[in-house]
Design a protein around this ligand. Structure first.
Ligand code: DGY
Length: 335
């Protein structure tokens, strides 16, 4: 029987590719080129499945060029690279990788928050430039983390994991804002209190963003929201570029309307707004919040599990798009 054809769009773990090759005919991308538009469509020709990452845009134009495609298994919990409406209209299943990255991403969110608050990268750069002449009473004096107020916008799995770290590890008062309020048990489990967005922005010493990107969350933090924050506050974004208006943030940081920021994600990444690059009071990292070997391996394996389950059991494990009628195992192999 013909095996389904699969494209692995980026260089991932060889053992995951080898595992996929035991089930599918696999084309992979050892050079790790980011394929977009026509190049992606070319590699997807004749493929029934793809293991994608957040760098591949799956939209109506691509889907119409790749009519045999049945599933895109994203190696990411976020899936704003999917046009879910277009995928559903074409009967293409999308999957993501929830849970396996929650704690690792929360660890990194906390690391970034602390780096911004305690001026970690700024002071290190000062030292490396040979500018450290003497101990100073207020040398790189930053903001307190323990006992302060943490405001989390986006209270999914990752937001809740950050809340637990803040409340239990650092004795922080935790406020959260979310589209829907958590039930009382979930709020108690992470010692967090619901607040409206304005109250959160006005009260928090450290604001952390962990919400998904969508048209509704585009520029959820812009000039108006930054103006509501305390001048001593920090802002950390581990969610997605585009949730923060990066130009407005750069202005607020330059004018010290907030104290500091830490960003792992950027509008139009891998490009970074030049005004951010010129500032010392912002910590900048290249979209690595989930990047430990263990977690990235687990993400790759879950994406592979989704492909295998879809083609061999007829149902993906962690679908994010409206799922078409159950797939009969191997029914697309000859189409
Ligand atoms: C995710 O899983 O969404 C991370 O941002 C990695 O892309």
């Amino acid at each position: 029987m013909t095996r389904p054809k699969i494209l692995v769009t980026r260089a991932i773990f060889p053992e995951t590719v080898e595992r996929l090759a035991r089930h599918f005919e696999v084309e992979f991308n050892p050079d790790d080129t980011v394929w977009a538009g026509e190049a992606l469509a070319r590699h997807l020709q004749g493929k029934q499945g793809a293991l994608t990452t957040g760098t591949e845009r799956i939209d109506a134009a691509l889907l119409s060029a790749c009519p045999q495609l049945k599933i895109c298994a994203n190696m990411a919990v976020g899936y704003n690279n999917f046009d879910v409406a277009a995928m559903a209209a074409c009967g293409v299943v999308g999957t993501n990788t929830p849970d396996v990255l929650t704690e690792t991403t929360a660890d990194f969110g906390f690391a970034l928050l602390m780096a911004a608050a305690r001026r970690l990268t700024e002071s290190e750069h000062f030292l490396r430039r040979g500018q450290w002449q003497k101990w100073g009473c207020q040398l790189f004096a930053g903001a307190e983390v323990h006992g302060s107020t943490l405001g989390i916008i986006g209270m999914g799995r990752i937001g809740q994991a950050i809340a637990r770290r803040g409340a239990r590890g650092f004795g922080m008062t935790v406020l959260y804002h979310n589209r829907s309020r958590l039930d009382a048990a979930a709020e108690a489990a992470c010692s967090a209190r619901y607040a409206n967005k304005e109250e959160l922005l006005r009260s928090a010493d450290h604001v952390l963003l962990a919400l998904p990107y969508s048209a509704a969350s585009h520029h959820a933090i812009g000039a108006a929201e930054l103006a509501q924050m305390k001048p001593t506050a920090t802002l950390t974004n581990i969610a997605r570029g585009g949730i923060v208006d990066d130009a407005a943030l750069a202005r607020a940081l330059r004018e010290r309307r907030i104290a500091a920021a830490a960003l792992d994600v950027f509008e139009g990444e891998p490009a970074v707004h030049p005004d951010l690059l010129a500032l010392s009071n912002v910590v900048l990292t290249p979209h690595i919040a989930s990047a430990t070997i263990t977690t990235r391996r687990a993400m790759a394996e879950l994406a592979a599990d989704n492909l295998i389950a879809f083609f061999e059991q007829g149902r993906a494990i962690t679908p994010v798009t409206a799922v078409p009628a159950p797939h009969t195992p191997n029914d697309k192999e000859t189409s």
